[in-house]
Design a protein around this ligand. Structure first.
Ligand SMILES: CC(C)(COP(=O)(O)OP(=O)(O)OC[C@H]1O[C@@H](n2cnc3c(N)ncnc32)[C@H](O)[C@@H]1OP(=O)(O)O)[C@@H](O)C(=O)NCCC(=O)NCCS
Length: 169
């Protein structure tokens, strides 16, 4: 599996994969008000770092790394990193793609000298919650929030990144 920044020609495909991955669990479908944001990979590439996971030419998943200063940060406070819109194609799930994308964000945070990485996630995204907890994230309930009626977002935090072992991770 290769992880790299998305190329301009891939943005439409990344947007469609993101929406389809979220839609697969039945909460945010193509007609939901958030669908256009999920599809808009170009804004994520411009305002943050849009990463993709590939197997050869096949797009498997994506995540948006939002360092301090990115306008796409939502729950981070000064000096914290955040990632958003982690999504893996339904057919590629259960192979560690999601884990690799989260570990990439942990690496980006370490490379930026940050100690803390935060995120928020839908309260229905149980596979994602297990993944975050497996990777050492803990609930950050005082930053839970709701962007719109009927959507509850849970916040998570992973800190102690400055104590992560150096070298290949
Ligand atoms: C959350 C998500 C990114 C995980 O991606 P992934 O590549 O399947 O992640 P991993 O393979 O690293 O781990 C997935 C888990 O599913 C299990 N699994 C096994 N086969 C699976 C399958 N066919 N389909 C789904 N999950 C499977 C894995 O063993 C692992 O289980 P565990 O966490 O209970 O130990 C993916 O499910 C997704 O895109 N969900 C919709 C969008 C979403 O919720 N994003 C999070 C935004 S905050």
């Amino acid at each position: 599996m290769d992880l790299r920044l998305a190329a301009p020609a891939e943005l439409d495909a990344v947007g469609e994969l993101t929406l389809a991955a979220y839609a697969a669990d039945g909460v945010i479908g193509p007609d939901h008000p958030y669908a256009a944001t999920l599809r808009d990979a170009a804004t994520r590439a411009a305002a943050a770092e849009l990463w993709v996971a590939l197997d050869g030419a096949d797009l498997l998943g994506t995540v948006t790394w939002c360092p301090p200063g990115s306008p796409l940060q939502e729950v981070a406070r000064p000096g914290e990193g955040e990632f958003r819109m982690l999504a893996v194609d339904e057919a590629a799930r259960g192979r560690g793609v999601g884990q690799a994308l989260v570990e990439l964000c942990l690496d980006r945070a370490c490379d930026a000298g940050l100690d803390t990485l935060v995120l928020s996630t839908g309260d229905w995204m149980h596979a994602a919650h297990r993944l975050y907890e497996r990777l050492g994230f803990r609930r950050l309930a005082d930053r839970d929030w709701s962007p719109r009626t009927g959507i509850c977002l849970l916040s998570y935090r992973r800190d102690g990144l400055s104590n992560r072992p150096p070298g290949p991770r």
